[in-house]
Design a protein around this ligand. Structure first.
Ligand code: NAD
Length: 329
C-alpha cells in the first residue's frame, strides 16, 4: 500500500525501513500533518501520523478528497484525531495500543529520581567543580505515598516500579485494574488521592473529562510541596495554574515530558532560534521543574514495536481483514 508518513525523523525511517522490507511503499515526509500539508498525501490510500499531527475535521476532509482511506497512528493516544469526522468520511483509524508501557513508566520514574535527588542540578555543579551539597537535599522514596491517576498499561508498570522502592500506592481510575488490586493498590476518589499523595503521576488519556484535570481547584487539594509528574498528555495540566502552584510552593516539584503547546516546539532543534512561548520559558526558569521533550516512548524496543505493529495494521487493512487495533469512535 502507498503510505504517506508525516512528522518523520531519521530514527522513524531507520526502524520502519528495517521492519518494512519493501512490503509497503512508504514516502517519508518531514513536515507535521496539518490542513496546509495534507495535500502532500494526495492519492495515498494511507497516511501514517504521530502525536502532534493535526487530524482535525479540516485536515481529514482534505485527506479524504485526495482518496486517503486509512489513518495509521504510530501512537497509543488518539486525542489528535476527530474520530466522528473520520467515521463520517469512511476512514479507518488504527493505532499502536501498547508498544512499550515500560519505556514510558521508566521515564516517569526517571523524572521522579531526577527531581527528588536534584540530579539535573548536581550534574552541572560537579562539571563546574562545585562539590557543595546545599540545595540538593532529597527524601527517601521508601515510605512515600504515590498517587497514580490512570492505572492502565503504563500506570500499572509505574506502580510496579514504585512498589519496588517501598512506596505506598494510591490510585484513581474510572475502571479498577484487577492486576493493580492484586498488587494491593488502594483505589480512592480523585480528591482523596490528590490530598494524600507525596508524588502524583498522571497516566490517563487526554479526553474531554481529563482536560485540565490539574487546575487551580485541584492544585488547592494537593499536599503542600507535592511532586507532580506528567508523561501522558500536556493538556491534562493547566500550565498557568501549575506555574502559580510552583510559585506558591503548593507544587514542590514538577516533572513533565509533555506540554500543552508542545506541537509548536517539541521534536525540533530550535537552539538557534528565539523561543516565543513565554509560558514555556517561565516554566523552564524554575530549578524544581524538569522538562523533557516527549521522549518517554523513545527506546529501541518501543520503536521496533511501533514500526512492526503499524505495518501489521496496514497489512490487515490492505488485505481487507478486520484490524484488532482499529480505534472505534
Ligand atoms: P491505557 O488505555 O492502557 O490506560 C489508560 C487508563 O486511564 C485506563 O485504565 C483508563 O480507564 C484510565 N482513564 C480513562 N479516563 C480516565 C479518567 N477520567 N480518570 C482517570 N483514569 C482514566 O493507556 P496507556 O498505554 O497506559 O497510556 C496512557 C497514556 O499515556 C496515553 O493515553 C498517552 O496519552 C500517554 N502516552 C505517553 C507517551 C510518551 O511518550 N510520553 C507514550 C505513550 C503513551
Amino acid at each position: 500500500m502507498k503510505v504517506a508518513m508525516f512528522s518523520t525523523k531519521r530514527y522513524d525511517r531507520t526502524f520502519f525501513d528495517a521492519a518494512n522490507r519493501d512490503r509497503h511503499e512508504i514516502t517519508y515526509f518531514e513536515p507535521r500533518l496539518t490542513a496546509s500539508t495534507a495535500p502532500l498525501a494526495e492519492r495515498y490510500p494511507a497516511v501514517c501520523a504521530f502525536i502532534n499531527d493535526e487530524l482535525d475535521a479540516a485536515t481529514l476532509k482534505i485527506l479524504a478528497a485526495g482518496n486517503t482511506r486509512t489513518i495509521a497512528l504510530r501512537s497509543a493516544g488518539f486525542n489528535n484525531v476527530d474520530l466522528p469526522e473520520a467515521k463520517a468520511l469512511g476512514m479507518n483509524v488504527v493505532r499502536v495500543p501498547a508498544y512499550s508501557p515500560y519505556a514510558v513508566a521508566e521515564h516517569a520514574v526517571g523524572l521522579v529520581l531526577t527531581l527528588n535527588r536534584k540530579l539535573h542540578r548536581a550534574y552541572s555543579r560537579v562539571r563546574d567543580d562545585n562539590f557543595a551539597l546545599d540545595g540538593l537535599l532529597g527524601f527517601d522514596l521508601h515510605g512515600a505515598t504515590v498517587g497514580i491517576v490512570g492505572t492502565g498499561k503504563i500506570g500499572r508498570c509505574f506502580a510496579c516500579i514504585m512498589q519496588g522502592f517501598g512506596c505506598k500506592l494510591l490510585a484513581y481510575d474510572v475502571y479498577q485494574n484487577p492486576e493493580c488490586l492484586e498488587m494491593g493498590i488502594e483505589y480512592v476518589e480523585l480528591p482523596e488521592l490528590l490530598g494524600r499523595s507525596d508524588i502524583i503521576s498522571l497516566h490517563c488519556p487526554l479526553t474531554e473529562n481529563t482536560h485540565h484535570l490539574v487546575n487551580d481547584e485541584t492544585i488547592a487539594l494537593f499536599k503542600p510541596g507535592v511532586m507532580l509528574i506528567n508523561t501522558s498528555r500536556g493538556a491534562l495540566i493547566d500550565t498557568a495554574a501549575a506555574i502559580q502552584g510552583i510559585k506558591s510552593g503548593q507544587i514542590g516539584y514538577l516533572g513533565i515530558d509533555v506540554y500543552e503547546r508542545e506541537a509548536d516546539i517539541f521534536f525540533e532543534d530550535l537552539s538557534d532560534e528565539v523561543l516565543h512561548d513565554d509560558v514555556f520559558q517561565l516554566l523552564q526558569s524554575f530549578s524544581n521543574v524538569v522538562i523533557t521533550a516527549h521522549q518517554a516512548f523513545f527506546t529501541r524496543n518501543a520503536l521496533e514495536a511501533i514500526s512492526s505493529t503499524t505495518l501489521a495494521n496496514l497489512d490487515d487493512i490492505e488485505q481487507g481483514r478486520s484490524c484488532a487495533n482499529e480505534v472505534k469512535s
